[in-house]
Design a binder for this molecule. Structure first.
Ligand SMILES: C[S@@+](CC[C@H](N)C(=O)[O-])C[C@H]1O[C@@H](n2cnc3c(N)ncnc32)[C@H](O)[C@@H]1O
Length: 139
């Protein structure tokens, strides 16, 4: 019980609800569940707890989102996917832009149970996302 209280205290961000309000609902609710520290599904469908330090803040994420909305990039690239926080903000912008593809490179994604890899599928954005575990993507 004590541990559960501690975990909530670490994860819950009162400002997240407000900061993420401009995002499309599916992206917003997935991010809020991650910021709340809810277990996330990996590539085998099993649920995993996520750590409270491997993330970007809602403010940082909305900066990325706004930038991608403004620049309307055809391609975006990210080094280090982890649980997929940045990827979700980028995909939200590409979704709203109606175009663009995002590439992530991460040789250690399996350490994160492929949770980052699975997030685009939950958002029906698999076609706009690729993960390179090794080698160089053609950008
Ligand atoms: C701080 S996390 C990234 C957080 C993520 N961008 C986000 O928005 O939540 C760092 C990531 O870098 C990855 N990484 C470590 N060495 C790497 C390398 N040589 N090339 C690419 N990614 C690497 C790790 O597996 C981890 O997922």
């Amino acid at each position: 019980m004590r541990l559960r209280f501690w975990k909530k205290a670490v994860f819950v961000r009162p400002n997240a609800q407000t900061a993420l309000a401009p995002l499309p609902e599916a992206f917003r609710s997935l991010l809020l569940s991650m910021y709340d520290g809810e277990p996330q599904s990996g590539s085998l469908g099993e649920m995993h707890t996520i750590d409270s330090t491997t993330l970007i803040s809602p403010e940082e994420g909305m900066w990325i989102y706004d930038l991608c909305r403004e620049l309307k990039p055809k391609k975006t690239a990210e080094i280090g996917l982890a649980y997929g926080f940045s990827t979700i903000y980028i995909l939200a912008a590409l979704h709203e832009n109606g175009s663009g593809n995002h590439v992530a490179m991460d040789p250690c994604q399996s350490v994160f149970h492929d949770i980052g890899l699975c997030q685009p599928e939950k958002l029906r954005m698999s076609r706009a996302f690729s993960l390179f575990r090794r080698g160089r993507p053609r950008l």
